[in-house]
Design a protein around this ligand. Sequence first.
Ligand SMILES: [Zn+2]
Length: 327
Amino acid sequence: MKIPLVYSETYLFHQPPSSHAENPERLKTVLSVLKENPIISPEQVGEDEPKVVHDENYVNLVKLSSKRGEWLDADTYTNEHTWNSALLALGGALTAYKNKGFALVRPPGHHAGKSGRAFGAPTLGFCIFNNVAYPILKFKLKRVAIIDFDVHYGNGTQEIFWDNPDVVHIDIHQDPHTLYPGTGFPDMIGGGEAKGTKVNLLLPPLAGDDLYEELFPIIQSILDDFKPTLIVFSAGFDAFEDDGLASIRATERTYNALGLLGYGNKFYAVLEGGYSVGLKRGVKAFVEGLEGEKKDYAGTKSAERTRSKFVEFFSTEKRILREYWKI
Ligand SMILES: [Zn+2]
């Protein structure tokens, strides 16, 4: 069964004033490799809906910046269409939730926290509203597992659900000592009742598919233990080898396996990052996985030095996770 893609041309109107990694071409690239999937339109949401996720000051700031076409910070631009695109990106996530689909939206969202920049991040990292969080908060969904495999830490999402024990957030990302946003360490586990529900799994620069493969049994054990009724993918493809903004070497092998985590479950996926090759090869393999097509792609192997750094992270992660999960 081909999964539906949620898409609208409105997502193309949010445009940078000059050359920028996060640009409308990204969505055209994704569409060019998913020609056989049905496309459905996102539902429109009202102007108050961003407040389901964000505080009023931030929502007003976005609206005003968009009107003026100003930069929100050194990374994150707006233009006159940003407000509408960002509203419809929330709607896209909603439609993906209702139709078990993949929302191909812009602007992206996982770095946007309740009040904008999250956990002291220097910028919003191209994000406006936290799309992936919206259906969960809108419908007060419980027993949700978010899997964020964008190469950057989904600081906004993790901050939004920090104290929420109903949402497990598993975030796989490049070592934050070496990449934006500079947080997302294994000891960040959530607050209060939610302790242990926030899981940060780190990969050192140059990590290949072989190291992702070691993470999958842990992720599967947490899912088996938590028994989510819904799996949500914050789907970034910038960990793909040579995608451009980071230095992880994931390929089809990893993205296919990530997609398979959704197969047979209720899920929705929302596009985050991915800037070149990841949007073709990574996206295609991920969607194959979501559709239950397990493929034996050859994977990349990590050097011994990279592996030992990974083992260092992984033993810390496992020690922390064992307090909360049957792993
Ligand atoms: Zn990213």
